[in-house]
Design a binder for this molecule. Structure first.
Ligand code: AMP
Length: 282
C-alpha cells in the first residue's frame, strides 16, 4: 500500500491506472477506523481493480465550536487497517494541500443540505460535497462507497453526482452496529461509561417507531412523539438535536408513512453528537 499526501501524486497515480485500463474504487473517511470503515473498504476492494482510501479530517465540514481540534486520530493504527483491508493507496493530505489559503470554490446542494443535520450545521454538507468532489476529480474513481449511517450525506452525494454528471457510481452500506444496536462511530470514544450505557436507547427508539409503523401507524407526528416519550424515560442523559421523518431521497418532510420513509435523528450525549436513522415501512 502506498501512502500519499500530495493531491498531485494521487492524481498522477490514478491517471496511470486509468491509462492502463484499471478502474478505481474510492472510500472517503476521516479516520479513527472501526468495523464500519473496514466494511466499506472491504466492499470497495471488490468493486474495482484499485482501491483508494482517503483519510482526511476535512476542516470545511466542521462549524465554529465543533470538534475539529479534538476529533480522534490514530494514524498508525489506521494505516495498518487500511492495508489489511486491501487499499492500494491511503491518501492522507494535510489541510493546506487540499485548501489554498484563498480557497473560494464550493459545491452545495442547498435544498437538501438545509434539512435534518443541516439545521444546526448550515455549512457542513457544503464542506462534504466540496471535498468529495475534489476526491472524485483526483481519483477518477468509477465507484465510491459510503455508509448509510450518514444517510443524509449519501443522499446529498448521490444528488451531486447526478446533477454534475460525474462519471461515478455511489454504493452505500448498512450501518455496522455493536451487539446492543448502537451504531459504531469514531466519536463514540467521547462517551463516559454512563453515557455509553444509555446510548443503545437511541436505536431502540428508532426500532420502536419502525415497529409501530409496521403495525399500521402512519402518522409521522405520532411516531415521532412515541420515540420522544421513550427517550425521555430511557435516555435521560441525551439532549435532542432533532428527530424527523423525511423522504429517503429528497429529504423533504413526510407527515404520512405511505411509502418507505426515513426517520433520522441527532442526539447529544455528553461531548458526542450522535446520529442514527432507520427506514419506516408502511
Ligand atoms: P467518517 O470517517 O465518520 O467520516 O465516515 C467515513 C465513512 O464511513 C462514511 O461513508 C460513513 O457513513 C461510514 N460509516 C461511519 N460509521 C459507520 C458505521 N457504523 N457503519 C458503516 N459505515 C459507517
Amino acid at each position: 500500500m502506498q501512502i500519499l499526501v500530495s493531491p498531485y501524486e494521487l492524481s498522477e497515480q490514478c491517471r496511470d491506472w486509468r491509462a492502463g485500463g484499471l478502474t478505481t474504487a474510492l472510500v472517503p473517511t476521516m479516520g479513527y477506523y472501526h468495523a464500519g470503515h473496514e466494511d466499506l473498504m472491504r466492499h470497495g476492494r471488490g468493486l474495482a481493480e484499485r482501491l483508494v482510501v482517503s483519510l482526511f479530517v476535512n476542516p470545511a465540514q466542521f462549524g465554529p465550536g465543533e470538534d475539529l481540534g479534538s476529533y480522534p486520530r490514530n494514524a498508525e493504527r489506521d494505516v495498518a487497517i487500511a492495508e489489511a483491508c486491501g487499499a492500494d493507496v491511503l491518501f492522507m493530505p494535510k489541510a493546506d494541500a487540499m485548501y489554498a489559503q484563498d480557497h473560494g470554490t464550493w459545491v452545495d446542494v442547498p435544498d437538501m443540505a438545509k434539512r435534518l443535520c443541516g439545521q444546526r450545521r448550515p455549512a457542513h454538507f457544503r464542506g462534504v460535497c466540496t471535498v468529495v468532489l475534489k476526491l472524485f476529480l483526483l481519483s477518477r474513481a468509477a465507484v465510491a462507497v459510503f455508509g448509510n449511517k450518514d444517510w443524509q450525506q449519501q443522499a446529498i452525494i448521490r444528488r451531486m453526482v447526478r446533477d454534475l454528471n460525474l462519471p461515478a457510481r455511489i454504493e452505500t452500506r448498512p450501518a455496522v452496529r455493536e451487539a446492543d444496536g448502537f451504531a459504531l462511530s469514531s466519536r463514540n470514544v467521547y462517551l463516559t461509561p454512563e453515557e455509553r450505557a444509555q446510548a443503545p436507547e437511541i436505536y431502540r427508539g428508532l426500532r420502536y417507531a419502525q415497529e409501530l409503523a409496521s403495525r399500521g401507524e402512519k402518522d409521522a407526528g405520532i411516531l415521532r412523539r412515541a420515540v420522544l416519550r421513550r427517550w425521555a424515560e430511557r435516555l435521560p442523559l441525551g439532549r435532542l438535536d432533532y428527530l424527523a421523518v423525511a423522504h429517503p431521497e429528497t429529504l423533504e418532510p413526510v407527515t404520512c408513512i405511505g411509502e418507505p420513509s426515513l426517520m433520522a435523528c441527532a442526539v447529544h450525549l455528553g461531548k458526542a453528537r450522535l446520529i442514527d436513522n432507520i427506514l419506516l415501512y408502511p
